[in-house]
Design a protein around this ligand. Sequence first.
Ligand SMILES: [Zn+2]
Length: 174
Amino acid sequence: MNRILVTITTLDQHFDEIANGGDAYRPASCPHCQAGGLWHHGCYHRKADRSEARRNPVAILRFLCNACLRTCSRLPACIAPRRWYDWAIQQVVLLLLLAGVSLHQGCRQTGCARSTLRRWRDWLQTRSAQFSFFLRSRLPELGRLPEPDFWPQVISSMSLARVMTQLDRDLVVP
Ligand SMILES: [Zn+2]
């Protein structure tokens, strides 16, 4: 399930969609158990961007899976999940480390804690094979990139946020 609905790019579209029943937000299947036929299940509220603060809070529809009784929801593209901001910082750190910068230097250059850098580095190492498999299958042009160049090339050409948006179609990230 794609947790971000890329076709809804403004809050006006989001409110129109909700006023029209919000079916665009209904996932085809449950992200937890893959059963189909999810039901509307109220909504929760969250803040939109600072630039749209006057319209806060924004209702986000929730859906209930009748099979496993868990709920899920999807965000419009105009409301970034919190971690989407984090990708930008994480991208800087990963590109430094991939370029061979030491953890010590990485800390000094980014102001992030050493433990944070180590966690992000280990996260990418652990998930690398799985992530690159899905990326190569979705984006055939990446198939030819040799392994050592893969992440530096992919992250700097696509941005880590876009990489994760792509992966979000197939996997649960991070
Ligand atoms: Zn389910």
